[in-house]
Write a protein that binds this ligand. Sequence first.
Ligand code: C2E
Ligand code: MG
Ligand code: MG
Ligand code: MG
Length: 272
Amino acid sequence: YVAKQRGRRRWIRYRPGMEDTHKRKTLLAHELPKASAEDELILHYQPIVCTRTGTVLMVEALLRWHNKLLGAVSAGETIEAAEDIGLIAEIESWLLNRVCADLHTIRRQLQSPVRAAVNISGLHLVDEHFLPNLDRAVAQAGLTPADLVIELTESALLPVRETHDSPAHRLAQRGYGIAIDDFGTGYSSLAYLHRLPADYVKIDKAFIERLHEDSSTVACIQNLIATLGMESIAEGVETETQSSLLERELVTLQQGHWHGAPVPLPALKKRE
Ligand code: C2E
Ligand code: MG
Ligand code: MG
Ligand code: MG
């Protein structure tokens, strides 16, 4: 096993394109610190709808970075770079303030008291300044914690799953909504889900992609989530067929291109 591991590592070291990967990481690390100051970071918002009532329940804020040299950098790559160079807390703090300020405009445009969902990195979650900064951003915008839903992934939650004084529990105690993101992609999902103070569980798009051949898995997950007193949200709903299959399985909270892609604030409008 050890030999195999070593072999694998050696193989990774000589992977073709490795130099390019390294170059790109270096470039990302060089460009990202200047990004917010140069206004290269913006937010897109995507609706999460209730298909039963036809209303928007919340909007998820998604980071977008457009750089002169790199072009459009995906959210995944941006977040990874930010985590690598220790900029994640700074970027997400900026983002939280931005979202809180935007929420008034969002509500006006959608003519509805929607909540805002924000993704928070596991690294930022355990930062001592996270909670005080969050409270301040919310208060300064004249909002309350219940106006926000904090999206956390299983990997962010994993290290603290044993305690009842975890950052997630503290968020919940203050009144913030909590959503478990990308559910089903981690390892010990079922074993620890019931210990989490979550309101929502977002079923990863990998399950939605397979709906046409396997809807029983989603039915099973939805059942489990409901049993725990939480609500399921389907991610990556791209077609009408997927949407109605999900509805049949009682997953009426949905997000995806079928209901609306992530768009800049001005383009977020009430659907006629
Ligand atoms: P996520 O939180 O699971 O967000 C949903 C992702 O699915 C978004 O990708 C969204 O654009 C994409 N999506 C929405 N509808 C559809 C659809 O119908 N089909 C498909 N195939 N995809 C759809 P995006 O914007 O590229 O973000 C990727 C991930 O980056 C997010 O996944 C989230 O984990 C992370 N991310 C984005 N912004 C932030 C942030 O501010 N902080 C942190 N920590 N992570 C962020
Ligand atoms: Mg998310
Ligand atoms: Mg997700
Ligand atoms: Mg996902």
